[in-house]
Design a binder for this molecule. Structure first.
Ligand code: TYD
Length: 222
């Protein structure tokens, strides 16, 4: 059986990834594909417990290196439990964030650098690479404004405390944004950069176009 297709969505907080993933999953299912969705951090029972530590503001201050190690622990579990079995079964896996997030947030935002992240990815994740990464990244000012708006919403919302990343300031998100751009420039084959101040429908159109192209290529090589 041919290996399935591994698609990841990336972007800053407030980039609208979650809405787009839902729409993309519906579109793929309508076209007869079996889809498995997973988010990071989280997505497995163990991963959800790791997520609670990572996102809870009571965990501050978490050393950047601890934060990175937890992200990889979560990811390794998701690969073992969900992602690899689904790919082996020929399914399409839609993953809300993957190692590019660790490179952007811990490598860039927390200034650990890319090399450590990529080394750990090789060691812990068997260097599993997405077939396609959709990077939702409007210009810096728009991205920062959205991240800020989202922070205000999250702060206003009661319930589970997921505020640790939301408390980060502009300088942090600027570094995350720059690292995402650098990843897209380094791997233009894998990463489709969706930029500009687009409406939800315009972003969705670009996503469908990129995924359609990749489906044709993977069907031809199967
Ligand atoms: P989440 O609520 O899932 O945010 P979003 O809906 O924007 O994806 O929270 C995930 C947070 O964790 C987000 O701020 C990005 C951060 N993160 C990292 O810092 N490193 C990582 O490797 C991953 C997967 C997420």
């Amino acid at each position: 059986m041919p290996r399935g297709l591994f698609i990841t969505l990336e972007g800053l907080d407030g980039s609208g990834k979650t809405t787009q993933i839902k729409r993309l999953a519906q579109w793929l299912e309508k076209h007869g594909h079996a889809v498995v969705q997973v988010r990071q951090p989280g997505g497995t029972a163990t991963g959800d417990r790791i997520r609670a530590i990572l996102l809870d503001s009571r965990s501050a201050p978490l050393a950047p290196i601890t934060e990175m190690a937890l992200m990889f622990a979560d990811r390794a579990q998701a690969i073992a439990e969900v992602i690899q079995p689904a790919l082996d079964a020929g399914r399409i896996v839609l993953c809300d964030r993957f190692t590019d997030s660790t490179e952007a947030y811990q490598g860039g935002g927390r200034e650990i650098g890319s090399a450590a992240v990529l080394d750990l990815h090789r060691l812990i994740c068997g260097n599993l690479q997405p077939d396609l990464t959709l990077l939702l990244l409007p210009g810096l000012e728009v991205s920062l404004a959205r991240a800020r708006r989202r922070n205000e919403r999250v702060e206003a919302k009661s319930g589970a405390d997921e505020g640790r990343f939301e408390a980060e300031q502009d300088a942090f998100y600027r570094r995350v944004w720059q690292k995402y751009r650098a990843i897209a420039a380094r791997e233009p084959e894998r990463v489709v950069l969706i930029e500009g101040d687009l409406t939800i429908d315009e972003v969705y159109e670009q996503i469908v176009e990129a995924v359609s192209e990749r489906l044709v290529t993977s069907e031809q090589s199967a």
